[in-house]
Design a protein around this ligand. Sequence first.
Ligand SMILES: Cc1ncc(COP(=O)(O)O)c(C=O)c1O
Length: 396
Amino acid sequence: MKYNFDEVIDRKGTHAVKVERLPKGADKDSLALWVADMDFACAEPILKALHERIDRKIFGYTMYDADECMDAVTGWMKKRYGWEESRENLFFCPGVVAAYAALINLLTEPGDGIVLQRPIYYPFTNKANSNGRIPVDNALIYENGAYRIDFEDLDKKMADPANKVLVVCSPHNPTGRVWTEDELKKTVEICKKYDKWIICDEIHCDLIRRGVTFTPIMNVAPEYADHIVVCTAPSKTFNLAGMKTSNIVIHNKELQKKWKDYVNGSLSMDGASALGMTAMIAAYTEGEEWLEQLKDYLDGNFAYIDEYLKKYLPKAHLVKAEGTYLAWIDLNGYVDRDEKKLEELMQKKAKVALDEGYIFGDEGRGFERINVASPRSVIEECMNRIRTAFEEEKLV
Ligand SMILES: Cc1ncc(COP(=O)(O)O)c(C=O)c1O
């Protein structure tokens, strides 16, 4: 079946955060290309499974650890990545951010440091702060328009006894880096040297450009698996964020027990959503064809933006996104780290609601993150609005 990603679907009235709760300061008539969900219809097999499930008429308490669900998750990991995961190590959580918050509570004490690689997905910082932990920056090196890990600094940060956990965002949001096997091995080596935990967020792992290979951290570091927790989900891959389901992989038996006591016990957060489970099973067992077509479409959107910037805004730079559907654009050639000027320009002149770079940390000043998981016509409109605003301000 050929999917139509050009279809523009009206999301108003569906309580969609992306279109109905715009970032602070954005005008109501802004084009919304911020929060990370897609404007594409879900894969047909998922819709069909949901319709059939609705026809069963009852939506009672639902099991995550049902065979069909466990097999769907482990089957996907094995088929796509050769990642052999045992179902005993899989735990349910309504979301990866919720899992991260729970995990830092289980793995650290108030006042402990959580090492993050900024610019980074802002909830890692916010949730560390709101749980009384200290976010510690192992900033990525940005050189010649590309990002890499500062391993020397990482070694220093992990050597510090106050820092207990490293967050690996793999693929990395917002820079789009897909860490190589070598980078992952070096990262694990450093954590192993100092006996530190790794929380590896692989939520974007299926959204990879053609020609790029994603490596699950568990495949490169089986000997350190006891100190690694991996978070995956069908939410980004299959546009199911509102279904509230994610997969948390924990090998360490002691941590498994703590998770059960705290997350399932104290917080009672183990109840899966009935429709979420149905959607997840259909996604992982029948969604591959849709995903492959989606990847081609996203590659096309990135190529379109790259060409557009080169032609009309030549001092802008689209950082090469090896993964994710998030375009990370460096506009410092025009605004020279003046993030307020850039925000004003985007919100008030261009009327596009994007994620401002500075929210990902100081390193993101003068950048914009555009969610490119939208029909090409919407991306074209966004780029035209930005270009017109820059021209009217006589920046180009
Ligand atoms: C790296 C990363 N982790 C987690 C999330 C959110 O996950 P969830 O909705 O499962 O909390 C996002 C969403 O944008 C993300 O980019």
